[in-house]
Design a binder for this molecule. Structure first.
Ligand code: PMP
Length: 441
């Protein structure tokens, strides 16, 4: 290895990029070199309006001074401390701050470094919880079609995205899936769809098939983000909760996207008024600035582990960087920013404007469905016959050239701007999309 060699700045060959068409990207790279507030700056000096909060994570917008300063100060004071049998104050402070922001039954916070790790952690806590209570036969996990729960083995097993699963072998045993909460009869609904609560009844069928007493947990995104903003129909989550409770099954909400204000309240659980037993989060926890995730557990779940001898480790699980000091400092500054600026309420207040703007695209070319809630939205396009994903990806490239960052999944455009967005930004985003959609083949 040539340790003395500086790599050429324009050498793109070494970085094997995640979830990217690498060969195509490297022929025509799109690079951001700076960011501030609602905008990215490209390497050729253009401003791009952030319509996706990075990857659904920069809820307070970019390069927020309070967060930058907190990270700098923490790095200069305590850079790293082990989290096993040792502690440091910032992690405890952040856990309390997350608990205080969460709905009431959530009293304990387990730190991870990503959404994927939060999912693995929650699934493991669910399995170990049942075993701790003498119900070790509960080993089955139930996910949902079109669910995204990160990329680790547990997450892709309970997840329901074919491309994320099919080349990786047999995955976890004992997993079943509910149907996705997507019905075309809800196509142009504003906010929460009317039809589809009955889709939760599939859980009864799965319980009848396997025996409800063999199921450890059901994991769902209260609102599925990554597969195109699929909203829970009215009554659906309530029904899921009721069936889980009746069969002694834990309900996990994966709130990696919906956590920290996206729907106008701290967590979707609060927004929908349905309480799961475990919540996973990440992304908005640190405004996306430093990798960090968390699992929120109710007192009941946590306390089931606290029954053995006091010198024994209660849960054999954790990460080298769980509660990392710099990530904790970033998290504290992020939550303070959300609170001081009332950003969750701001999202709720702006939601009607956002909804109207988004639904003004109903008559654009190729639009077959529009979905929205809080500050999130989706525009579903008619796919090109024989070339799925192509139409939406063309829209992504054109929007980028026209100065807006959007995200696509299949033939769906997903939008989730930072919660600091102003009405003129909404107008710019939607105006650009109108031009982009009407110019599409
Ligand atoms: N769960 C959900 C609901 C997500 O949206 C994501 C990321 N988009 C993840 C888990 C995985 O998070 P990460 O990429 O941080 O591992």
């Amino acid at each position: 290895m040539a340790l003395d060699r500086n790599p050429a700045p324009n050498d793109l060959s070494a970085f094997w990029m995640p979830f990217t068409a690498n060969r195509q990207f490297k022929q025509a790279p799109r690079m951001f070199v700076a960011a501030e507030g609602m905008h990215y700056t490209t390497d050729d000096g253009r401003q791009v309006l952030d319509g996706t909060a990075g990857l659904w994570c920069c809820n307070a917008g970019h390069r927020r001074p309070k967060i930058v300063e907190a990270i700098q100060a923490q790095a200069a004071e305590l850079d790293y401390a082990p989290a096993f049998q040792m502690g440091h104050p910032k992690a405890f402070e952040l856990a309390s701050a997350v608990r205080d922001m969460a709905p009431e039954p959530f009293e304990h916070v387990f730190f991870t470094n990503s959404g994927s790790e939060s999912v693995e952690t929650a699934l493991k806590i669910a399995l170990a919880y049942h075993r701790a209570r003498g119900e070790g036969q509960r080993t089955r996990l139930i996910g949902r079609e079109r669910g995204y729960h990160g990329v680790n083995f547990g997450g892709i097993s309970v997840g329901g995205i074919v491309n994320n699963r099919k080349v990786f072998g047999t995955l976890l045993n004992g997993v079943d899936h509910l149907p996705a909460t997507h019905l075309t009869e809800n196509a142009m609904t504003r906010g929460q769809p009317e039809h589809g609560a009955h889709l939760a009844d599939e859980l009864e069928r799965i319980c009848a098939l396997h025996g409800g007493e063999t199921i450890a947990a059901v994991i769902v995104e209260p609102m599925a983000g990554s597969t195109g903003v699929l909203l829970p129909p009215k009554g659906y989550l309530e029904r899921l909760r009721e069936i889980c409770t009746r069969h002694g099954i834990l309900l996990i909400f994966d709130e990696v996207i919906t956590g920290f204000g996206r729907l106008g309240s701290s967590f979707a659980a609060e927004h929908f008024g349905v309480m799961p037993d475990l919540i996973t989060c990440a992304k908005g926890l640190t405004n996306g600035v430093i990798p960090m995730g968390a699992v929120l557990a109710t007192g009941q779940i946590h306390d089931a582990f606290m029954t053995g001898p006091e010198h024994m480790i209660e849960l054999f699980h954790g990460y080298t960087y769980s509660g990392n000091p710099i990530a904790s400092a970033a998290g504290l500054a992020t939550l303070e920013t959300y609170r001081e600026e009332g950003l969750f309420q701001r999202a709720a207040d702006l939601a009607p404007y956002w909804e109207d703007a988004l639904h003004s695209l109903a008559d654009c070319r190729h639009v077959v469905e529009l979905r929205n809630m809080g500050l999130i939205g989706a525009i579903e396009l008619e796919p090109i016959a024989g070339a799925p994903t192509k139409r939406a990806f063309s829209a992504f490239l054109d929007a980028y050239d026209k100065g807006c960052l959007i995200r696509t999944t299949g033939d769906i455009i997903a939008l989730s701007p930072p919660l600091i967005i102003e009405k003129p930004h909404v107008d710019q985003l939607v105006g650009t999309l109108r031009d982009v959609l009407n110019a599409l083949d």
